[in-house]
Design a protein around this ligand. Structure first.
Ligand code: COI
Length: 350
């Protein structure tokens, strides 16, 4: 579906962050946003780029009560020649189509999502920052806006895109952060929405993350919802470990998000000759690998936080005890990170 887009330019353009500017994740928004409405009579209509600002919602809107909303996170990079490029956006668009269908939101096909993202980013491209490791974070999202508060099929919705120039997600950058193994809450269950990008997965993780923070940890290591035994993700990222020379990562069981950075890292690491295995991984096995010194590295992969972390694992299984960590392990991860950023932005060919 090729939408006509009406454009209303801002009369008050903001100053764009210059070279070397501090870009805390998600704080700075570009001048415009994209909005398109859906209702069952007219289908998708009134696609428009308008000045960035608050939107009006009926207090009964489905999204406010039942969390009927799906989103994506993707990035545009400034290349050395000054042009911009998106990193594998067709994969985000496909995943978004799947998330929308999982929640029975009004359908939008991947080609339309991709086309709208490309056109909106082209419109805002002056906002794509150029420092190494920075990018324009792109957040497309769709949500239900039906006014009656009964639970029913969704007849009204909005699809929007907002964009933010960003640097590192975590203030620690690539330095090791303390991670607690979460034993009580789970972020998702098989058959639920863990393999889709929907707000509820993230809302469900708030409590554990708050408790972890109160106890001096930066994030939690999520275990599966059935046995609370197998590692699924870390914080809002997929997770990888290097044990005895082999890279292992949780297999996609249905409650793990099929991350595009995860897939790209696996392909990239394999192309560099690493053995990468996707399988069930128990928390106990990683704790044991920390204790016996075979855990060489651990890191998270996400779009917002690209290969962001090297983990200082702490075992919370009732004991809140920090496990010994070898010094300076994150340096090698740093190299992976540079190579992956290079791949995404074509700053250099690895
Ligand atoms: C992303 O990595 O793009 C996400 O959507 C995670 C979010 C917590 C920023």
């Amino acid at each position: 579906m090729k939408m006509d887009i009406r454009v209303e330019r801002t009369q008050a353009p903001k100053e764009k962050p210059g070279k070397g500017a501090d870009l805390p994740f998600g704080h700075v928004f570009t001048d415009h946003m994209f909005i398109m409405d859906y209702d069952s009579e007219n289908g998708w209509h009134d696609a428009r780029i308008v000045p960035f600002g608050p939107i009006e919602l009926h207090p009964g809107s489905t999204i406010l009560h039942y969390g009927a909303g799906a989103f994506e996170g993707m990035k545009a990079y400034r290349k050395e020649d000054g042009s911009c490029q998106l990193f594998r956006p067709e994969q985000n668009a496909k995943r978004m189509e799947r998330s929308i269908d999982r929640l029975c939101l009004p359908h939008l096909d991947a080609d339309t999502i991709l086309d709208l993202v490309e056109r909106f980013v082209a419109f805002e491209q002056d906002w794509v920052p150029s420092d190494f490791g920075t990018s324009l974070y792109i957040r497309p999202y769709e949500f239900g806006c039906d006014e009656p508060i009964g639970l029913h099929g969704i007849q009204k919705a909005k699809f929007m895109i907002i964009t933010c120039p960003v640097g590192n997600y975590y203030k620690e950058g690539l330095k090791p952060v303390k991670i607690a193994i979460e034993e009580h809450d789970v972020r998702a269950v098989r058959g639920g929405t863990g393999d889709c990008k929907v707000g509820g997965n993230y809302a469900a993780s708030n409590r554990a993350e708050a408790v972890a923070e109160e106890n001096g940890f930066t994030q939690v290591l999520w275990l599966d919802g059935v046995n609370q035994k197998y590692i699924e993700e870390v914080g809002s990222m997929n997770v990888m470990f290097k044990v005895n020379g082999e890279i292992i990562t949780p297999m996609l069981t249905g409650s793990v998000l099929p991350g595009i950075t995860r897939k790209s890292s696996i392909e990239y690491l394999r192309s560099k000759g690493y053995t990468v295995t996707e399988r069930l991984i128990t928390a106990e096995e990683i704790v044991e690998a920390v204790k016996n010194g075979t855990l060489e590295e651990a890191w998270g992969t996400g779009t917002a936080a690209v290969c962001g972390l090297s983990l200082r694992l702490a075992h919370r299984l009732g004991r809140q005890k920090e496990l010994p960590q070898r010094r300076r392990r994150h340096l090698r991860l740093h190299r992976h990170h540079e190579l992956l950023c290079g791949l995404q932005s074509s700053y250099f060919v690895p």
